[in-house]
Design a protein around this ligand. Structure first.
Ligand SMILES: NC(=O)c1ccc[n+]([C@@H]2O[C@H](COP(=O)([O-])OP(=O)(O)OC[C@H]3O[C@@H](n4cnc5c(N)ncnc54)[C@H](OP(=O)(O)O)[C@@H]3O)[C@@H](O)[C@H]2O)c1
Length: 235
């Protein structure tokens, strides 16, 4: 049976790389983008086998889009739903300077939006080994935050980790696996701050590692916080 994955935010960056990885590994891939985004690269992944690639539309901050989005998924049941959408947030990253709008934007995009959507997706996962994965960051670790700074981004990913852990507890009876995965500091628009800084790793080793982690831990029924090398991170 061909395994299937839904990747939310898959038309550029890590999401596009993950879509390529899973497609190359023989999975059926449904990738999403926001309305009006350029999905040419995402669609091109399916050129060699169009039956294994689907494209859907969702903005994780817009709950009014959820019913139509779920309807386009139809009867398909996913082995894994991977919530990848995220933003860096205001460049100042300061809790002192942040406006209510800046706090709302980053919290809704990085934490509450993905979690809300994930709750709706539980019924669209396979029944016997349902798995949710969230693209988090080591910046979301309270324990690892020795140096401070990056307050908006850290707070949003810490919130994502907390809410993901709560989802696991709520759906424990279903045997839901919930993976919170740090992809490393990788070469994307976000990872380079649009070309201003050098990341630690290229995109391909990052998404290869993330895909390995998903394949290794899916269906375990556990809640894990891991990096792309499968190293456990402290909460
Ligand atoms: N790169 C790194 O070093 C790194 C490290 C740790 C964690 N991460 C996490 O990895 C994930 C992907 O980041 P990336 O590095 O690939 O960044 P990216 O190249 O900036 O891509 C971000 C993706 O998120 C999507 N997105 C943003 N807001 C959205 C919304 N409201 N609804 C749906 N999709 C939305 C973007 O869609 P549009 O094209 O429509 O904007 C794009 O597909 C993020 O969650 C990020 O926090 C990245």
């Amino acid at each position: 049976m061909t395994p299937s994955i839904l990747i939310v935010a898959a038309e550029r960056g890590l999401g596009l790389g993950l879509a390529r990885q899973f497609f190359a590994r023989g999975w059926h891939v449904t990738g999403t983008a926001r309305r009006g985004a350029d999905v040419a690269e995402l669609r091109a992944i399916g050129d060699t086998d169009p039956r294994r690639l689907a494209v859907a539309t969702i903005d994780v901050t817009r709950p009014e889009e959820i019913p139509d989005f779920l309807a386009t998924l139809g009867e398909r049941r996913f082995d894994v739903a991977f919530l990848n959408a995220g933003i860096w947030g205001a460049m100042h990253q300061s809790a002192v300077q942040a406006t209510a709008e800046e706090v709302s934007d980053i919290m809704m995009t990085n934490a509450f939006g993905p979690i809300r959507l994930a709750h709706h997706l539980v019924d669209h996962l396979v029944a016997d080994h349902p798995t949710l994965a969230f693209m988090t960051s080591h910046r979301g670790s309270t324990t690892l935050n020795e140096e401070g700074g990056l307050e908006l981004y850290r707070a949003s990913k810490a919130a994502l980790n907390m809410l993901a852990r709560g989802m696991h507890a709520r759906h424990r009876a279903l045997g839901l696996t919930v993976l919170s995965i740090h992809p490393g500091w990788a070469r994307t628009a976000m990872g380079t701050l649009d070309g201003a800084v050098e990341p630690e790793i290229e995109l391909e080793p990052s998404v290869r590692g993330v895909a390995d982690v998903v394949e290794r831990h899916r269906g375990s029924a556990l809640n894990r916080y891991l990096d792309y090398r499968d190293t456990p991170l402290p909460w």
